[in-house]
Design a protein around this ligand. Sequence first.
Ligand SMILES: [Zn+2]
Length: 396
Amino acid sequence: MEAALDLGDTAADALAAVDVQVLSRVQLAAGVVRVQQLIDRFTLAHSRLVTAADQAGVWRDAGCRDMADWITNATKTSYGTACGLVALGETVNAAPEVARAVVAGELSAASAATLHDAVTRAPADADVGSLVDAVKGAKPKAARQAAERWKELNTPTAESEEEREDRRYQRRSVRTAPPVDGMATTTVTLPVLQSRQFINALNAVAGKPYEGDTRTTEQRLADGLTLLCDAFAKGEVKGGRERPTVLLVFDAAAYTGATDTPARTANGDRIPACVARLLAENAHLQRVLQAGSRILDLGVTVRLASEDQYRALVVRDGGCRWPGCEIPAAWCEADHLVPFPAGPSALDNLVLWCSHHHHEKHRPGVHVFGDAHSLRLVLANGTTIDCTTRPAQAAA
Ligand SMILES: [Zn+2]
């Protein structure tokens, strides 16, 4: 190791000593490309060290939350750069063919790191070589897209629609980067449907552009978000049950669970059937009878849980039924303990959850015992929780 590092020093010194002023344009161009390839090979070697150090647990005694955090502290690089190194190390550890492509100059280190999720979650019999072939010469963005497509094709079929949706849902996040020049960038990552709701809500709060409005759409949405947060701070945001914001078209057979045909938003997004059924519990529902492109009949708009039932739930449950959750009733959703259509739309079968705990209750491996009056959940990890009502809050 020491000898290898000394050689690295020698190489860096030799490169630094090159008189760049005397080089021709051809030599300069070749030099720029060649040094980048060398840096990529060093990055590759670096990432192998990082993976080994991670596995050896060097960060555990240092009070760091993970390997990338430790690298950030020890080397003063950015957390994003450190995460990229960790990802690259895990990628080549899982797929040596990725390392070979980097060494051969066919794949940049940056592009290789984008393959992380695809190769580390690939089933044992997946053909990683076909992925590496597909991304040779690709820039990181194109490589990431190719990896996404490859991952969809190679996701184990044992994974159900619910499990796949749950895996996506676990990637939701709101991240704020450190401010630059007085501005901070916050990145919001949401499932496509919540993302539509988010933008629709900002659009509605911001209002239509007025005549002579010089703001870009992005600026107007930013103003909408600021308005919404101000309204919340003033106590003027009261829960959103009265305002459906996304139109979903869903097959009757998929609605009752007979098929898993995805629903579609007005924007053409495909929403998995299991998600659409979950949403239907709190949506306005309208029957549309179609023959080809002709609409034969439009039913009246109804709710699975009626307004009266919802008000009764607000009084009885007082808020989210998850133990210790403080989300008030106005922000909660009605849930059918035994899903529609098998379970009745009766108060004994209805409880309130906040959005997060509604998702938690529907996660794979969660079992429901009792009815709305004696509700108990057994979670996937075996923990049993009692979900009692919160009448004190309801009274308040
Ligand atoms: Zn909750």
